[in-house]
Ligand binder design. Sequence first.
Ligand code: GDP
Ligand code: MG
Length: 694
Amino acid sequence: MSSPIESIRNIGIIAHIDAGKTTTTERILYYTGASYRMGNVDDGNTTTDFNEEEADRGITIYSAAVSCRWNETNINIIDTPGHVDFTAEVERSLRVLDGAVVIFSAVEGVEAQSETVWRQADKYHVPRICFINKMDRIGADFERTFQQIQSRLSAQPVALQIPIGAGSSGSEDSLSGVIDLITMQALYFDSESRGKEVSVKEIPENYLESAQLWRGELLEMLSSHDDELLEAMVEEQEISEDKIYQVLREMTLAGKVQPTFCGASLDYIGVQPVLDGVTRFLPSPLDRPAVEGEHPSPKKKGEKQTRQPSATEPVCGLVFKIVVDQHTDLSFFRLYSGTLSSGTRLLNPRTGKKELISQIWRVQADSREKVEEVGVGDIVGLIGPKEVVTGDTLCDNHKPILLESISFPETVISMAVEPDSSAERKKLADVLQRLERQDPTFHAVVSEETGQTIISGMGELHLEVLRNRLLKEFGLQVRVHKPRVSYRETIRNAVEATGLFDRKSGDITHFAKVKLAAKPYDGETSISVKNRLKPKTLPAELQQLLVQTVKEESQGSGYIGYPLMKIEFTILDATYREGETTDVAIQAAVSEAIRNVLTEKNTVLLEPIMKLDISTPEEYVGAIQSDLNVRRAIIINSERRGDLCLLEAEASLSKLFGYSTQIRSLSQGRASYSMEPLKYAEAPSEILHEIMGF
Ligand code: GDP
Ligand code: MG
């Protein structure tokens, strides 16, 4: 059974770590009836954190999609990670969701990670609603958090509720409910039934004035967008709830406002109105623009293709997540157009191969339901595809389209893994291959020199998670070495170099001469290749081969042996001799030209620099700062937020090993932090000397 497209909501729940994403998701699944037992993060039994590793840590690392129903609406929740070590996962989820619920803690307010994610959501034009959570806690402040959303995120929140009790200005009582500014009623959530029973009452006397003020702001905001509403306001006519919902929906979809709710999901307060908000204000797949891609065949390369969100369009969709367990791989798939039935074969334009969709599953929090068909706009798990990786398009074989693939940052840290026996070696290779398909920010290669398997990722925590999965989840017998920084190489000055190959082998002479220029470069890709060859310098096929070879060779390693980056190569000239300029000769000449570009004198060693966001109670700031100084970190920003201090710093990854243990001991476990790769920068000369052995 597939749902009509207007009643589908594909949403993400986005939050800074610990703001309450998992708890809120749990409550949502409980109220929608998708989850029969209510889990609590603190007991490690929540349903969305189904990966054992995540439950252990109490953080959500792997995003999975969970479906539930509310008010005749099918809501697919794409779980987004809250930890910045996993930014790429957030970015990836944003590609497939249509709207988002952004959760803030009313105590901590807008935190650094929320800023990062908010900007990413802006980039993908994702309409949002906000939920100010933890209103029950001491120090919670609705108004302050609301204003921070305005100022720190340059957003346009519009309050649809205010809290009753603590957290509202001046009140000493504990949170007891919320006021709905549209219906002008007070909502109380019965704790006996875990908030399932909601009683609707009149607004308490002492809240009337403030409710009217907030409602006034709401209406004013809406009247700037809608003339009818403006007129009604001017003429002091009554404004219907439906009219308000309609205008709010339009403005939310256009990114002009973010309807804002409040509550405390731990105490079961205020969650159902957020669900109403999801169905009322967030887009259905129909409200989103058509997807765009390219024709995948080389002949039509670059030809733009679009698919409307319609059942009659050819099938196309994106694999945005692969969940690997011991038994099967489940490929989470967003269908952008057409209708997909099980038993169909779809083309993977990246590999050019057809993949059989043998089963389609709708994944609920604690059950999976097999379906025969999935309709346009929906999200499901597929079983069957063999060679797909995260980010792949699957489409109608006769109407091929390649959707823009998802880009991932470079890995910055690596470690060696050694199997205990050759039987384990085979198993390790299998498991790593599957994990790589699941998580494209992680890579595994076997080193030709040492025979060791090297795995690399986005940070120490990322590798630690992978290590534990290998040992615990997959039960592999492997030895794991210490993590090491992944260095890169670039060049300091622009140079030109020539590669010449001229050799007789039997009766045949192989000859080619290639001239390249190389210069430092800082663009979107890590390496850029340009072709300035005059037409007809080489026959078309050889010219193509030459460009291709430069592209491949420049992905290799540099003078010291680390991968190259931040270089632009330009092909300046080539010399051709009929009958002698062969494929072999071109390849050899290119490889020599690149070798000649890379000299010891011109080599620059690059090291990864990490961005650190630290949040700590005031009393530990001194200790944390002096430790940062020892680590030669640069503190970019520091500010106070209530009784917390937030530090933003940059430091080279090589100085950050063991940081999680250190910060825990410096703050008695009270400070939290996140770390993500920021950029590659020139490494201090000591490191270069150490590596080069002088
Ligand atoms: P996540 O990291 O965003 O998924 O946040 P969690 O849902 O794991 O919550 C982090 C911590 O905050 C847990 O200890 C929760 O019990 C607690 N928490 C979540 N929501 C609330 C709330 O509304 N009030 C209070 N007081 N604590 C909450
Ligand atoms: Mg969580």
